[in-house]
Design a protein around this ligand. Structure first.
Ligand SMILES: *Cc1c(COP(=O)(O)O)cnc(C)c1O
Length: 405
């Protein structure tokens, strides 16, 4: 016997968007924090208070940096207060100027970190399969002012690092990666974190691994790491000696304590995400017009993002309509990187025609929809979501008719 829940949808009037009862009584968000062991965290807070050392490279920050570096197999981890500041610092420490090539299909911070210091982000199109910057389109964008490339490992899917490294070498450009999504992911068997001149991680609350707010620059370059440690602390080298222009980018002890606690649960987070991913995959596998982003099974992956591409021509219902219907059901589906950095200010005004060079970015940002996963989700909840998706697809005509009334 199948259990029929009281909010099962049998007719379109049951959809919350048409006045029915929402499928979930509480909002199911993309990016609810993955929380680790509360007791461990609280113990650390007590130790921190006993020690009365709250910031300025205290013991928790040092331990966190060491453990991240060990986990990734990289020489240096410089923790900072968030990944946006980490990007700004790395860009400055690598002495990027003029123009830097980045994808437009990324979180706005990648572009802002450049523009903030009056470096022009030059938007490059993406590969529609991997959703990362398309190496074949980079060389035509290089000008005498170009000083670097920043690839973004979108969804934890590594960029084509090999091709980007070759291009960077050939044109004598710096190569950085925005690895905000890619903690715990690997490329050709090696953990993301030691590629290019530097990679930047985010430990924001909504990311795979969190320290409330936080970020880090990871690199094998000794000189760069040393410079970054100065820059994130006002350029102080010793108590009364400033030797460099700097800012305040320090991670606090409480954030590092959270980061350490999260790191202890990293395998559990991956396992839960992987199970959730497999459940979505199983339930959505026969649905035409909806494609679940696939990860390379040969690599390690954090499975933190459930990314669907909605092909409206096949589904007969737009991505945006899907988002509206799911949101009404308290499934807070998200359009990610929509409409693309090049369509947001100030870039929209600076480069009004950028879209012409970014056909894949434009297409993808109109198709992508993210669904919730993480430790707050489980297969039971996921099947409720996928059953709802199937119900919507079975009723697209009546939904459109009702909308048109
Ligand atoms: C979240 C994110 C950032 C910014 O990270 P913060 O820690 O929130 O500053 C940068 N780039 C990408 C791709 C992101 O997803």
């Amino acid at each position: 016997m199948t259990l029929i829940s009281d909010n099962l949808k049998t007719k379109i009037e049951d959809l919350a968007i048409f006045g029915g009862k929402p499928l979930f009584s509480e909002k199911q968000h993309v990016g609810r924090p993955n929380l680790g062991d509360r007791t461990q965290f609280l113990n650390r807070i007590n130790d921190m208070l006993d020690l009365n050392w709250l910031t300025n490279r205290g013991p928790f920050v040092k331990e966190f940096e060491q453990k991240i570096a060990d986990y990734l197999g990289v020489k240096h981890c410089v923790s900072v207060c968030n990944a946006t500041i980490a990007l700004e610092l790395a860009i400055r420490a690598l002495e990027l100027t003029g123009e830097v090539i980045i994808p437009s299909f990324t979180f706005i911070a990648t572009a802002h970190a450049l523009q903030w210091q009056e470096i022009t982000p030059v938007f490059c199109d993406i590969d529609p399969i991997t959703h990362t910057i398309d190496p074949d389109k980079i060389e035509s964008m290089i000008t005498p002012r170009t000083t670097g490339i920043i690839g973004v490992h979108v969804w934890g899917q590594p960029c084509n690092i090999e091709a980007l490294t070759t291009i960077a070498k050939k044109h004598n450009l710096k190569l950085m990666f925005d690895a905000a999504h890619a903690m715990g992911c690997s490329y050709q068997g090696k953990m993301i974190g030691s590629f290019g001149d530097a990679e930047v991680l985010s430990f924001h609350a909504t990311k795979f691994l969190n320290s409330f707010e936080g970020g880090a620059i990871v690199t094998n370059n000794d000189e760069l790491a040393e410079k970054l440690i100065l820059m994130e602390n006002f350029g102080f080298s010793g108590l009364d000696n400033v030797i460099y222009i700097g800012t305040n980018g320090k991670m606090s002890e409480v954030c590092a304590a959270m980061g350490l606690t999260s790191l202890e649960s990293i395998n559990e987070f991956i396992e839960i995400n992987h199970q959730n991913y497999q459940c979505y995959q199983q339930e959505l596998k026969d649905i035409k017009g909806i494609k679940l982003f696939t990860y390379n099974q040969q690599e390690q992956c954090n499975y933190q993002y459930i990314v669907l591409e909605i092909d409206e021509e096949i589904t007969n219902i737009s991505r945006d309509k899907f988002v509206d219907i799911l949101t009404a059901e308290n499934i807070i589906a998200r359009r990610y990187f929509y409409p693309g950095c090049h369509r947001m200010q100030p870039y929209k005004s600076y480069f009004p025609h950028a879209g012409l060079l970014l056909p894949e970015t434009e297409k993808l940002s109109n198709k992508v929809m993210l669904l919730p996963t993480g430790v707050n989700m489980n297969p039971d909840k996921i099947i409720k979501i996928t059953d709802l998706i199937k119900f919507i697809l079975d009723n697209t005509c009546s939904i459109a008719n009702k909308d048109n009334k």
